[in-house]
Design a protein. Structure first.
Length: 366
């Protein structure tokens, strides 16, 4: 598995719609996102975007000197199934911080004693998957009284558990795709009767679409379950939502411009290959939604983020069905962080480059 394709987004596939999606722009902010992505000069920036940039400057301005951060451990690598992805993300963050004079060092818990973290003043967590975004690392750092980026123990543990996240959202009255827990003894016909076909099988405690399979026919269910259960003992089936897929980046309790994802094979899902090993997935900012629908999706995502008690930064994935209804899929509390990933893409649409983004996230710990 390669490590240089974290949420692989080649420039030619970052689509700034000039026709269909632009017709949906009725407020300045999506238009500013398009301008930022298209690389327009400052001379063409509207007063609203200038205000937006001032806002970003204010957000990042409370830490003026890299020395205020002290000694920083950028934690990435680890032993999860997402190790290769984490190595790619973490290296980009480390370089961005070092570019700005931060005393940042790579820390890999696969090869280093976790107690060595006591030697650091704060942690930038880019440890994807189990051990890094499931509450374990968060608990250790809390015990050591070391400031860390992102969510704490509760939100991390909930966010890594797809079923409990969805149960929480349901209890809060937030729309999330119907699902069912599976075991080796599950009656597959009953699952189909409840969720319909197609549906999608997922490991409950994995990220990066690892172990996921789209099921089109009843007889495909046992094999899909066998694939997912290799990643752990908890497996779920989720109703397949036919429609458009979106991701919503949240930083400082604010939803950034929505990104629409479109795999080359629109009959399939945004799987591991589409995320990391292919360069034919398209990404749209503006996302093509009306201003009202984009605002509604941002508000739904913020409610979902807050319900889990997530903090600092993260990402919500959602679908819009053919009837126009939005459905929450899952939360990512330690998203990908290369210069081509979804979080940096949304930040860039707000006028924030990658180095500034990394500085800003780290400054949340001060």
């Amino acid at each position: 598995m390669t490590t240089n394709n974290k949420e692989n987004m080649s420039t030619q596939n970052l689509a700034i719609d000039d026709t269909e999606d632009r017709s949906a722009i009725t407020t300045p902010e999506p238009a500013l996102a398009a301008a930022a992505q298209a690389g327009q000069s400052d001379a063409s920036i509207s007063p609203n975007e200038e205000e937006n940039k001032k806002s970003i400057s204010t957000m990042t301005g409370h830490v003026k000197d890299a020395a205020q951060f002290g000694k920083v451990a950028v934690i990435y690598g680890g032993s999860s199934n997402e190790r290769s992805v984490s190595l790619d993300s973490g290296a980009a963050v480390l370089q961005a911080l070092q570019n700005q004079g931060v005393d940042a060092t790579h820390f890999d818990p696969k090869h280093q004693d976790i107690t060595e973290l006591r030697d650091y003043d704060r942690v930038f967590n880019v440890l994807h998957g189990r051990g890094g975004e499931d509450g374990l690392l968060q608990g250790v750092l809390q015990w050591f009284d070391i400031p860390q980026t992102g969510s704490g123990v509760l939100a991390s543990a909930l966010g890594m558990d797809k079923v409990r996240t969805k149960q929480l959202w349901q209890g809060c009255g937030l729309s999330t795709a119907p699902f069912s827990l599976l075991t080796a003894d599950t009656d597959w016909q009953q699952v189909v009767n409840m969720l319909g076909l197609p549906l999608i099988i997922k490991p409950v405690h994995e990220g990066s679409s690892i172990g996921m399979t789209k099921v089109n026919h009843l007889d495909e269910l046992p094999a899909a379950y066998a694939t997912a259960v290799q990643c752990g003992d908890a497996v779920m089936a989720e109703r397949w939502i036919t429609g458009r897929e979106f991701t919503i980046v949240i930083i400082d309790d604010e939803a950034y411009p929505v990104i629409r994802l479109e795999p080359a094979d629109i009959t399939n899902f945004y799987d591991f290959e589409a995320k990391y090993n292919r360069n034919d997935t398209s990404y749209y900012i503006p996302c093509g939604l009306s201003a009202a629908d984009e605002k509604h999706l941002q508000e739904l995502s913020l409610a979902a983020f807050r319900a889990v008690d997530a903090k600092g930064w993260g990402r919500i994935d959602a679908m819009q069905d053919e009837a126009g209804n939005f459905w929450l899929l899952e939360i990512n509390t330690v998203p990908g962080m290369t210069s081509h990933s979804l979080v940096p893409m949304a930040a860039k649409a707000r006028g924030m480059d990658f180095d500034t983004l990394c500085w800003h996230i780290l400054s949340q710990t001060v």
